[in-house]
Design a protein around this ligand. Sequence first.
Ligand SMILES: [Zn+2]
Length: 289
Amino acid sequence: MRATLLCLLFILLCSTNGFAQADETSRSWNQPVKPFRIIGNIYYVGASDIASYLIVTPKGHILLDSGFLETVPQIQQNVVQLGFRLEDVKILINSHAHYDHAGGLALLKRLTGATLMTSEADAALLSAGGKGDPNFGDRFAFEPVKADRILRDGDKVELGGVTMVARLTPGHTKGNTTWTTTVKEDKQRYNVVFAGSTTTPGYKLVNNPSYPNIVEDYRRTFRVLKSLHCDVFLAPHGNFFELATKSKLIEQGKKPNPFVDSKGYKQFIEDTENAFEKELQRQSSQKLN
Ligand SMILES: [Zn+2]
């Protein structure tokens, strides 16, 4: 009996792992960390580097990004630890359809019954379970999930008096999305930017048949990001916005709130834009040789 159970468990684990072949580095991004309130009604419920945000409203909550499939139990625990209920998550939104941010969306949708809202291009990649990615091909597949609402640039997601605005910032994925909202804390209003990913991890920027306009998309994305007014800077990876350092400061009760960091936001755009242009130049000159 016990052996049968173990065997069943093994099969179950293998079948879920079939969707998530995370490497060592990715695993190191997925270490459990203590959840905490970032600012206003925004809470951090993700892992050590893979971010996930809970935006709390009186009519239920919005959850931004699922992490890996293996991040979901952490998110679940974090939400409860903060005194909220996972069942109260009414809307799921995402930064981009890569397995480290979207791998758990299908499971979260089942657990919460929430409505999934994404950009059109990301909806396509999500429903393909990450297969046919213009740069990764079928390498980082995850459980496919269907979006319930398609968002265009500037569309609003509204719940319980909270408005999240979707800004399309394609390049990293064709449907890569940056989210903005405002929060109130200590009688002050702050503009929050959940910046989309702007890195080019091993991407083919020159003559990419699966993504011919990748360069134009990145450049437009940098323009859009520069046009946003950002007080509170957040992103899909903790290392983009010094999550580890800032969360420690928050725990120590540091004022002003360390996540209010417009300088860090500008620096992030400048750094990743420079890295993008440098990589583009490298690939272009290689082509000429
Ligand atoms: Zn990514």
